[in-house]
Design a protein around this ligand. Structure first.
Ligand code: C2E
Ligand code: CA
Ligand code: CA
Length: 497
């Protein structure tokens, strides 16, 4: 029995041992595999957490992480009794850049901008991308330190950025909020954002420090913008007209159309207030077309009545960049039977000197169509004689600022004199705007200005009032005012009779 047992024992024991060794090997393998899996999972979790904290495009931290860091900075500042600021930086016109250059180039611009902002920051870890073209930055110290940083940042971002073959110039708007002066650390980014939006509403490309009043102002502007979107449809616009008179005969030569907005609650709103908003928020296209249509309509009616005045319309920078502007004006003029030479496009000097391809093309088309082009607010920009010679302009309007000071300031007189002689060299007609006094009028006549415009002759008035004035019906005439130079012969005979 013992012999038999012994014979069976060893093979069984050996196979049990082999099984045990195999099992323990398997177990060790499984433990190793599981450990590797756990390491992998840990790594992925860590990676994911970092990704959630970091903006993928620029590598900057995101807003949530920035706000956590701000909370810590606030604790430190409270303990030390020190100050810090948050800058809310927004690139201007990013939407337009995206439309014009595409997503890839915009992304490159954002990466470059992020690098520039990091380079200016004293603590490059505390710069975050909020989203789109908006960034936030922590600055240790008070408002003066933050202003210096903002100034530097504006300058650096303004320098042209080379994107492949395109040289882009970016500008930015910056809002600054100070801790603890402007509220808890949770409110700082919002306050700086409001200040940034205030800068944007004022035209962008600047910086300012938050003021509690800003909330109301921004709300006010946003309300105005939403009312402006509906103004055309609700027929709240009207064109007023202001005559230009011949400097020698004081007769009408033209009427400039000036837009008026009858706001249901606020009354008459100045175009100086709402046109910049319309330009910035893409409403100038339809409003500008309405102005052209209405001005041509009026000019057509005057023509039928025998009053053949030139009509002048202000053309904004946005309109100059529309590639079908000239075709639109031409077809409208045809509809109202107006000759091209009787239509003046007033374009400000700063827009005229914008050297973009589209603007230059619009100028060329205006010249070819035979429009009368006038360079408005002349003397405020930096036109060179060579650049002026390139434009198909027929008229220069001396800016009101020089006319206002004419009697008191020798500087204003010499500027006006040099504009007149520059214009004459280029064979342009010279119009002086904003003439309010007889003294200014006499000086401008002596300087050999061709046409005058201003309250001395007439305020901008509704179309029917201008018609009455031109026909000599109105009793409310300005200084020495005479009837239209363009009144057709038959009308002149009947009105003289
Ligand atoms: P602007 O083209 O330089 O027009 C002259 C402005 O000076 C007008 O202001 C006019 O009412 C005012 N003005 C005329 N004579 C005198 C004067 O003797 N003294 C003074 N103090 N002011 C005088 P307004 O009508 O408020 O227009 C302001 C600006 O808004 C215009 O300046 C023009 O740039 C813009 N604007 C007006 N209508 C339009 C429009 O239909 N389209 C575009 N794009 N801009 C327009
Ligand atoms: Ca004008
Ligand atoms: Ca002007």
């Amino acid at each position: 029995m013992n012999t038999v047992n012994a014979t069976h024992f060893w093979p069984i024991a050996a196979s049990v041992l082999v099984t045990l060794v195999a099992l323990s090997l398997l177990l060790a393998n499984e433990v190793r595999r599981r450990k590797a899996l756990q390491r992998e999972i840990k790594k992925l979790v860590a990676q994911n957490t970092t990704q959630q904290q970091v903006d993928r495009l620029t590598g900057l931290i995101n807003l949530t992480t920035f706000e956590v860091a701000l909370a810590k900075r606030a604790e430190v500042a409270d303990a030390a009794g020190s100050l810090f600021c948050v800058l809310h930086v927004a690139l201007d016109e990013l939407g337009m850049i995206n439309d014009g250059f595409g997503q890839d180039k915009t992304d490159k611009l954002l990466i470059t901008a992020a690098e520039i902002i990091k380079g200016v920051a004293s603590n490059s870890e505390l710069v975050c991308r909020i989203g789109g073209g908006e960034f936030a930055m922590y600055v240790s110290g008070g408002a003066n330190v933050a202003r210096d940083v903002a100034h530097k940042l504006c300058q650096k971002l303004e320098q042209s950025v080379q994107l492949d073959s395109n040289l882009l110039t970016t500008t930015c708007s910056i809002g600054i909020a100070v801790y603890p002066e402007h509220g808890t650390h949770q409110k700082l980014v919002g306050c700086a954002g409001l200040a940034m939006r205030t800068v944007k509403l004022a035209g962008g490309h600047d910086f300012c420090v938050y003021d509690p009043q800003m909330g109301a102002n921004v709300r006010d502007q946003i309300n105005l913008l939403s009312d402006l979107r509906k103004a055309l449809e609700l027929k709240q616009f009207e064109l007023f007209f202001q005559p230009k008179v011949d400097a020698k005969s004081l007769q009408f030569t033209a009427a400039e159309a000036l837009l008026r907005w009858h706001h249901p609650k606020r009354g008459l709103i100045s175009p100086a207030l709402f046109i910049p908003i319309a330009e910035r928020y893409g409403l100038m296209g339809p409003i500008g077309r309405w102005v052209i249509e209405e001005a041509c309509n009026r000019a057509g009616q005057w023509k039928t009545k025998g009053l053949r005045m030139r009509v002048a319309v202000n053309i904004s920078g946005f309109q100059m960049r529309e590639d079908d502007l000239v075709e639109f004006i031409e077809s409208t003029m045809q509809r109202y039977d107006i000759e091209p030479g009787r239509f003046t496009c007033e374009i400000t000097e700063s827009v005229a000197m914008e050297n973009t391809k589209v603007t230059q093309q619009t100028f060329r088309k205006m010249g070819a169509a035979g429009f009368h082009v006038s360079i408005d607010d002349f003397g405020t920009g930096y036109s060179s004689l060579a650049a002026l010679r390139q434009l198909p302009a027929a008229e220069l309007k001396i800016d009101r600022a020089f006319v206002t000071d004419l009697e008191e300031s020798e500087d204003a007189r010499s500027i006006a004199r040099s504009i007149v002689s520059l214009g004459k060299t280029l064979n342009l007609r010279i119009v002086a705007e904003g003439v309010e006094t007889l003294g200014q009028c006499e000086l401008l006549v002596q300087m050999d200005c061709d046409e005058l415009q201003g309250y001395l002759f007439s305020m901008p008035i509704p179309a029917d009032k201008l018609e009455e004035l031109a026909f000599g019906v109105s009793t409310n005439k300005g200084h020495g005012f005479r009837d239209s130079l363009f009144m057709s012969n038959s009308m002149l005979l009947s009105s003289n009779a």
